[in-house]
Design a protein around this ligand. Structure first.
Ligand code: BES
Ligand code: MN
Ligand code: ZN
Length: 502
């Protein structure tokens, strides 16, 4: 997709617009700032409409007006699209507004001009407009032999704004870079587990590394065992597919620079193993590698944007399946750090693969910051619904920084606690720690507490439990069903921010 940025046509002269569709962002109940000239080319239909609909403009409200060919050479319609209340347009809503616009017109037009009023402040956040729009236009590529929708494809977006054009252009350019990768991440998370096997994910990682000249190491299941990562390896035992542990490195900070480690859960299918899941909704569990996919995607974008920081990305890739060879409840395994784990429930497998990945990156790369990203617990969905992902970790200023970075990116994180009492719930009579809590409740917290056992005292660490946001269960006006690509933008922006603070 192509993105251009221009001032709104001076004096309402819309002749310069070459798009098929002009979408004008409208504040709820406040129509003063409507782009000049639009009412005229629809013969006053807009002012007639707004007179009758004084409350128009709620977020995602839309009203279409057709343009006669006599009035404009390219425009077929003008659309008023609600931005909601001025003071409520946080980054999340701007991003979703743009996504809703993209989604409605993806199959209806090849080119679209989007007018955003001044208070939408796109000068600071044009990236969100492009990322949102592009996410809306994204074709999930479902595998039906008959194509349901039209073949039309959105090819260009023209942003019309009164803000500083240079700033908006820079933001839009970054947004495009991010969008290209978000599309790839969504595609790989959407694809079913018979196609996206651990080996396929290795190919995905290798392609990113080769294109962006990143260092890559791929450890086989045999090597993972030989290196002493028995906790990680235990998860793969039931699967016919081999486990792989992939480590990518971006060296932008030099030898004295700080290092950020991204660790992503890459379970290409989670059946639960011997502690098998109920069959209802099990088909979802092809998305259990969304954390790994987002981390790998973030590496691709980071390698393009080149912040002055070192970033290492580690992803364990495997299936969690039952078989005669699978881990059994009660098994005890030993990890890279020497600690032993009692696998009380084989469905708590994400923390198992992450434990050794965390131990490994700390031992080899001595990171200053670690962010792990995982669809770790259903409990995080119980706690937050789909309206925020969970964040846990320490120290508090780092957690605050990640939350703020997420907020600015339109990706929400809500903090949950890591009280010592949660550690008591993980006591094992036979091993150093059990992989699930002995009592009910606090599932997200005990999951994070388990991970903390494998994180050293000095490093700043944030655990993102993205089960609430990695996947849209339902079609929404601003998102299609399936993978969201969250939290790729937060990871990228965090790397940029930490590099600036370096
Ligand atoms: N991958 C799941 C978590 C999950 C559930 C993600 C629903 C997205 C939607 C994870 O491996 C899991 O099975 N967690 C268990 C943990 C429990 C056994 C302590 C869970 O949430 O039930
Ligand atoms: Mn599981
Ligand atoms: Zn899982």
């Amino acid at each position: 997709m192509k993105v251009t940025v221009n001032n709104p046509p001076a004096g309402g002269d819309l002749a310069k617009i070459s798009a098929e569709c002009l979408v004008c962002g409208v504040w709820q109940g406040d129509f003063k700032n409507l782009a000049a000239g639009v009412d005229e080319i629809v013969d006053g239909a807009i002012s007639r409409f707004l007179k009758k609909n004084e409350k128009f403009g709620k977020l995602y409200d839309a009203a279409n007006f057709s343009v006669s060919p006599k009035k404009h050479k390219s425009l077929e319609k003008v659309v008023l699209f609600g931005l909601g209340k001025k003071e409520k347009l946080e980054p999340l809503y701007l991003r979703q507004f743009a996504a809703a616009v993209g989604k409605v017109y993806a199959k209806e037009a090849k080119s679209l001009a989007l007018y955003l009023p001044k208070e939408a402040k796109v000068g600071e956040r044009a990236d969100l407009v492009v990322i949102g729009f592009s996410a809306g236009v994204f074709d999930p590529g479902h595998r039906k032999s008959e194509v349901e929708n039209g073949k039309l494809k959105m090819e260009s977006l023209e942003i019309l704004t009164e803000e500083d054009l240079k700033k908006v252009k820079d933001g839009a350019e970054k947004g495009l870079i991010v969008s290209v990768t978000v599309d790839k991440v969504r595609e790989v998370v959407n694809l079913p587990a018979n196609i996206v096997t651990p080996e396929q994910m290795v190919k995905f990682a290798k392609k990113i590394a080769a294109d962006k000249k990143l260092k890559i190491e791929v450890f086989s299941e045999k090597q993972v065992n030989e290196m002493g990562m028995g906790i990680m390896a235990s998860v793969a035992k039931g699967s016919e597919e081999d486990l792989y542990f992939v480590v990518l490195r971006y060296l932008g900070g030099g030898s004295a620079g700080k290092t950020l480690a991204l660790v992503g859960k890459g379970i290409t299918f989670d059946s639960g193993g011997i502690s098998i899941k109920p069959s209802e909704s099990m088909e979802w569990m092809k998305m259990d590698m969304a954390g790994a996919a987002a981390c790998l995607g973030a590496m691709e974008v980071i390698a393009k944007l080149k912040p002055k920081i070192n970033v290492v990305c580690a992803v364990p890739l495997t299936e969690n399946l039952p078989s005669g060879k699978a881990s059994k409840p009660g098994d005890v395994v030993k990890g890279f750090s020497g600690k032993t784990v009692e696998i009380v429930n084989t469905d708590a497998e994400g923390r198992l693969v992450l434990a050794d990945a965390l131990s490994y990156v700390q031992d080899k790369f001595k990171p200053d910051f670690i962010v792990d990203v995982a669809t770790l617990t259903g409990a995080s969905i119980v706690a937050l619904g789909n309206w925020a992902s969970a964040i846990l970790g320490r120290p508090q200023n780092f957690i605050g920084e990640v939350i703020k970075t997420g907020e600015d990116a339109g990706e929400r994180f809500w903090q949950l606690p890591l009280y010592e009492e949660y550690r008591d719930q993980l006591k094992s009579y036979i091993a150093d720690i059990a992989n699930i809590s002995s009592v009910r409740g606090g599932g997200t917290e005990t999951g994070a507490k388990f991970l903390e056992e494998f994180v050293g005292g000095k490093v700043a660490w944030a655990h993102l439990d993205i089960a609430p946001n990695a996947w849209e269960e339902n079609e929404r006006s601003y998102a299609s069903r399936g993978a969201s690509g969250i939290p790729l933008l937060t990871l990228v922006n965090l790397a940029l921010k930490l590099a600036r603070e370096n």
